[in-house]
Structure formats: structure tokens, C-alpha cells
Design a protein around this ligand. Structure first.
Ligand code: AMP
Ligand code: MG
Length: 521
């Protein structure tokens, strides 16, 4: 396995001079060199061949022992210097100081077809940023990260990717529900891939410490490699950079809302500077449409990171990034303007997104009541978001509300609740929708084709990941592969996979891992 190593982060930016791997505060550095922990008995259990090819690997590479060694941390690839990044962050709205890669170790960067990829192990042991934790990851959370990163990519959502999933062969102690019942679980290691893993928190840590030299070095590095259209180290360019981060973050959030993804821990250390979905922890997928829903039990009380709050939390995080970049510009106005723009742009982009989900070729302000009242009717009785939008493509312009209700019936968890005022409100909305469709010039067939490009048929429902986890725990990795294949084409009609186009089964409603997840992974 020959890799085209092209390191920049650990070459161009300042390293921690201290090589000691024990938990500590790290100053004057963007990262610390760390060697991954050699696992007890590593075994690759799944690879994403699609991503492997993208980064320039061949089948014989990913099936080799060398691959298994490198991407489990058993061996360090020759000539490379693994490291963990120093970053800080706001957790649940409060400044938490230094966090850093507590269980992530960057292996190297490679270049393929003029594209740069950073490869990083998650769960490969302690780093100077591990604080009181062990630097390890368990199989259940690693399966969730591996499958969901790839699923998001195939949904067209900007995201970090996952190359491989390996068992470490070691046991890891976890108190899954934080209820004082720790148990041993299988340890695992995922190899994540992205152009870069830099987060908002990488900038924040330096500003919080008054280290504007490092702040500038990191910002210049980021612009040079990842925002190459911006040339020169001027104040205007730092603002241009911030504006671009605002745009990318906004686009990512609109995608999340489109597919019903709830990140669960949108702390500033979990927001990528490239606008990629990063850190798949206690994330979840909306089943019943519900703006109030969060999968994260740690956030159960305030629901800061609930589905409907994601757009404003992203904006809150962008404010923190603006504060972090402020010393490079020393003028609040352009930052304020950029943040104001986010608010207006979110309204516009989310309306376009909703218009496309409903199959409207063009939208105007006149359509806003249709969108608003849809959110209301979807919440009247538990209605499966994915199934609802997918089935809506089957609506014909001439359909009556009754006919449409028959077509979308499968989306309702409790069809019996569709009576009285609930039924009337649904019919009112469907009348509005039919009337609106009649103004569309496209044929029903053409509209359906376009709708099916933005309304996925298959998403990684929380219970589906859990089925893969339960089987894998017993040594059966077939569901991981089945779901990986299924989610490679989330918009396609896969007749043989109809069983995954179904509402969450009742057994999964309140099951740990399906509807309740904690950060403990
Ligand atoms: P998260 O909320 O999962 O993004 O993690 C927040 C911080 O805790 C980051 O600095 C992580 O690196 C760190 N962290 C999470 N889990 C572990 C672990 N098992 N060992 C060491 N650090 C961890
Ligand atoms: Mg994190």
C-alpha cells in the first residue's frame, strides 16, 4: 500500500514542544505529537470501498494487513508523525476552555487527484487532551459514526467521511446512561477522513488565551489550503473567510433540516470550519416530525440542540467564531453584517428547500403560509417525516384531499388519530397544497422525479443502527454491510429493501440506543 503523503498541518504550524502524553494544558501550539495506542488484537470489520477509491486506494490495499495495521493504530506509516489538535469550545452555551482531540489522532494527509485528505483515527488512545477520559471508543458509537458519515455523504450533505471500522480487541468500560452502572464493551477504532478536521474551537482557544500570533498562523494556514480563492493576509480577507464559513455552515444546516438529521451536540468544538457535519455522537434522525426532538439524553432538560433549534444554534456558534476572529480585524461591523446576513439567508434558503421538498418549481412569499401550516399539521399526530415527503411525490394535481390521505397513510403512526379537527386541518392543508400544485407547469411525473432527488427514501433510522450494533456485538457484521449498501443510494427505489422504508417499530420507541443516547461513547 503506497500512500501519497502530503502533510501540511503538522509541518507548517507550530507543534507542542512537550512530547509527554499525559493530560495537560498545551500552550503556544496548534497540536501535540502522539503515537496511537497499539490495540490488543485489531481486526477490520468494515471498509467503505467507495471512499477508499476516492482517496486513491485499490481493493488489494484495503484488504491488506498493512491497511489493517495503519488504520487501527497498530503501526505508524513510515515517515509520518501522528498528532492531536489543540482546541477549545463552548459546551452547551458555556466556555469550557481547552478540549482538544481527546480521542482523535491525525495520522497524515494524502493527496489524490489534486485533492487533499486528512486521515484521523478516533478511539486510538490517550492524548494530552484526554483530560480524565481514556481516549477510547466503543463498538456501538463507532458503528454509528461509520455508517452515518457515509450515509450523510450519499444524501448530499457536507460531512466528514469514514474509511474503516476496526475492533481493537480491547475491552472498554462505559457507563452508557450515566446511571452508575458501568460495563465493559468492545473497543473500536474508526478512521475518519476529511479535507481538514479544523473546528471553530481551534480558533477560539488562541483568542481566549490572548495568543493572537497562533490565531493568525492558524487562520492564514486555513485560508491558504481550504479557501484558496482568498489571497493575501488582509483584514478584508479575514472577513471574506468568515463570510465563507457563514455560507458553508448555513448550507450544511439547511441540508440537516431537509433530511431530518439532529446532530445532538452542536458545541463549538463540534463545528467544522469547512461546514462539514462532524462528530457523530448522540445524533439521531427525526422519525415523527417534531421540532422539539433531541436524541441526546444529556440535553433532555433544556433541549438546546433540538431539531428546530439547529439553525439558531449554528448562528450562535458563528457569533463565537466571530469573537475568536475579531482580533485579526478589530472592527465588529463586518462581522455583525455577516451574521445579519445569515438570518435573512436562512429564511430564503430554507424556503427554497421546503419548496423543493414539496415539488414547487419556483416559490414566492405567497407560499410561506403553506410551509408554515405544514409544520403545524405534521405535528398534530405523529407523522413520519421521511415517509411523508417521499410519498408526497405520488400526489397528482387532480387528487382530492381524501385521495392524497390514502396515498400518504403509511406516514402516520396512529392513523386512528386522523379524525375530528385533526382530520379537518389535514384536509385544509391538502386543499391548499393541491391548489398550489395546479399552478405548477411541470407534469406530475416530472415533479415526482425532482421530489425524489431531495426527499430520501432511506435514512439511517435510529433503530436500524441499533440492529446493526446488536448483531455486531454478537460477531455478525452483515447488517453493517447491508445498511452501508442501502444508504449508498438513499434516493433510489430499492425494491428489495422495502423493509427499510418503514416507520420505527414500536419496540424501538423508548429503547436505549434508539431514542435515547448519551455522550458516553
Ligand atoms: P464530544 O462532545 O464527544 O465532541 O467531546 C468533547 C471533548 O471530550 C473532546 O475534547 C473530546 O476529545 C473529549 N472526549 C470525548 N470522549 C473522550 C474519551 N473517551 N477519551 C478522551 N477524550 C474524550
Ligand atoms: Mg467533539
Amino acid at each position: 500500500m503506497q500512500l501519497n503523503i502530503a502533510d501540511t498541518f503538522n509541518v507548517e504550524l507550530p507543534a507542542d514542544k512537550n512530547k509527554n502524553n499525559s493530560p495537560r494544558q498545551v500552550f503556544d501550539a496548534c497540536y501535540s505529537f502522539v503515537t496511537p495506542k497499539v490495540p490488543g488484537d485489531a481486526k477490520v470489520i468494515h471498509v467503505s470501498p467507495e471512499l477508499a477509491k476516492t482517496i486513491g486506494l485499490k481493493k488489494e490495499d484495503w484488504e491488506s494487513q498493512k491497511f489493517a495495521n495503519i488504520f487501527s493504530g497498530t503501526e505508524v506509516y513510515e515517515g509520518t508523525n501522528p498528532f492531536s489538535m489543540c482546541y477549545g469550545g463552548h459546551q452547551f452555551g458555556h466556555w469550557a476552555g481547552q478540549l482538544g482531540d481527546g480521542r482523535a489522532i491525525n495520522l497524515f494527509e494524502i493527496k489524490n487527484k489534486n485533492k487533499r485528505w486528512a486521515l484521523q483515527l478516533k478511539g486510538a488512545g490517550e492524548t494530552p487532551y484526554s483530560r480524565t477520559a481514556d481516549g477510547l471508543a466503543v463498538l456501538r458509537s463507532s458503528i454509528r459514526e461509520h455508517l452515518c458519515s457515509e450515509a450523510m455523504h450519499h444524501l448530499g450533505v457536507p460531512t466528514t467521511r469514514s474509511l474503516s471500522l476496526s475492533l481493537s480487541g480491547d475491552q472498554v468500560m462505559r457507563d452508557m446512561l450515566y446511571d452508575g452502572n458501568p460495563e465493559y464493551e468492545k473497543g473500536a477504532i474508526v478512521c475518519r477522513v476529511a479535507p481538514s478536521f479544523i473546528r471553530f474551537g481551534n480558533f477560539q482557544i488562541f483568542t481566549s488565551r490572548g495568543d493572537f500570533t497562533r490565531l493568525k498562523e492558524l487562520t492564514d494556514y486555513t485560508i491558504k489550503h481550504f479557501f484558496p480563492k482568498i489571497k493575501g493576509q488582509t483584514k478584508e480577507n479575514y472577513i471574506a473567510f468568515f463570510n465563507e464559513v457563514v455560507t458553508r455552515t448555513l448550507e450544511m444546516i439547511v441540508h440537516w433540516q431537509r433530511v431530518g438529521f439532529v446532530h445532538g451536540v452542536m458545541n463549538t468544538d463540534n463545528l467544522s470550519i469547512l461546514g462539514l457535519t462532524i462528530d457523530f455522537g448522540p445524533y439521531g434522525w427525526l422519525e415523527g416530525y417534531d421540532n422539539e426532538w433531541t436524541p441526546n439524553t444529556t440535553d433532555r432538560q433544556h433541549k438546546r440542540y433540538r431539531f428546530g433549534n439547529q439553525p439558531s444554534i449554528a448562528l450562535w456558534n458563528l457569533y463565537q467564531l466571530a469573537n475568536a476572529l475579531y482580533p485579526l480585524v478589530e472592527d465588529p461591523k463586518p462581522f455583525e453584517d455577516a451574521l445579519e446576513r445569515y438570518k435573512a439567508a436562512y429564511g430564503i434558503k430554507s424556503s427554497f428547500m421546503m419548496g423543493s421538498k414539496l415539488g414547487l418549481e419556483e416559490i414566492s412569499d405567497d407560499d410561506l403560509p403553506l410551509f408554515k401550516s405544514l409544520e403545524e399539521v405534521l405535528s398534530l399526530t405523529e407523522t413520519d417525516m421521511t415517509i411523508f415527503f417521499r410519498l408526497l411525490a405520488g400526489v397528482e394535481k387532480t387528487d382530492t384531499p381524501e385521495a392524497i390521505l390514502k396515498k400518504i397513510n403509511k406516514a402516520f403512526y396512529l392513523p386512528n388519530e386522523l379524525e375530528g379537527s385533526v382530520l379537518e386541518q389535514w384536509k385544509d392543508w391538502l386543499k391548499m397544497y393541491s391548489a398550489r400544485l395546479q399552478k405548477e407547469e411541470r407534469s406530475d411525473t416530472k415533479r415526482a422525479i425532482e421530489m425524489n432527488k431531495v426527499n430520501p427514501k432511506y435514512v439511517l433510522r435510529n433503530y436500524m443502527a441499533q440492529l446493526a450494533i446488536d448483531a455486531a456485538d454478537k460477531g455478525d457484521y452483515s447488517i453493517i454491510e447491508e445498511l452501508y449498501q442501502l444508504l449508498k443510494e438513499p434516493y433510489a427505489e430499492q425494491v428489495e429493501a422495502e423493509r427499510w422504508f418503514a416507520k420505527r417499530p414500536e419496540w424501538a420507541r423508548n429503547k436505549v440506543g434508539c431514542s435515547m443516547l448519551s455522550c458516553s461513547s
